[in-house]
Ligand binder design. Structure first.
Ligand SMILES: [Zn+2]
Length: 172
């Protein structure tokens, strides 16, 4: 279910919600007129390259996509830029620092976590890793792999948004 479908009461005054807006992106409380807008969550992920052209991919330790390959990344915090979120997530997941961050493309993702399917906009970047030998499996990561992006099978990636980003990256 989408996040909006889990709301039964107004988050401000607690009155039961009678109906949702026709536009399925907000709720309006009939008692206090509070309007709550549902916007996509935003995540940042990277195709992180080392000198020989191989990219840093992770095998996911947790659902969704447990055991599948992914580009490292994660959700953007409040008051954080996408580039800083990418640096932070990659430090937390694989323990390396980045250089030369460039925007690649965005893609829509539906992220199913504990009975809620979040509407996500994934922002993809390319970057160079500063010290590739330091890469190791940390938070939520089963293992770290250096793979030639040209040889990677898109169906091995955990999310359709990542398959789209790989296609964009491989465009001549
Ligand atoms: Zn209310």
């Amino acid at each position: 279910m989408k996040p909006i479908e889990h709301f039964r009461h107004c988050p401000r005054c607690g009155a039961p919600l009678q109906s949702f807006d026709k536009k399925p992106g907000s709720i309006t409380c009939g008692s206090c007129a509070f309007v709550y807008f549902f916007n996509p969550s935003i995540a940042a992920a990277g195709i992180i390259l080392r000198g020989d052209g191989k990219g840093l991919f992770i095998r996911r330790a947790k659902e969704p996509g447990k055991g599948m390959l992914a580009m490292p990344g994660g959700f953007i915090d409040f008051d954080e830029t996408a580039e800083n979120a990418l640096r932070r997530e990659i430090r937390e997941e694989v323990g390396v620092e980045l250089d030369g961050i460039r925007f690649l493309c965005s893609a829509v993702n539906h992220y199913a976590y504990k009975d809620v399917t979040y509407q996500v906009l994934d922002l993809f970047f390319t970057a160079r890793v500063i010290e590739p030998a330091k890469a190791s499996a940390l938070d939520d990561v089963e293992s770290v792999l250096w793979l030639d992006p040209h040889l990677l099978k898109p169906e091995e990636l955990a999310f359709p948004s990542m398959r789209r980003a790989l296609t964009e990256f491989l465009k001549p």
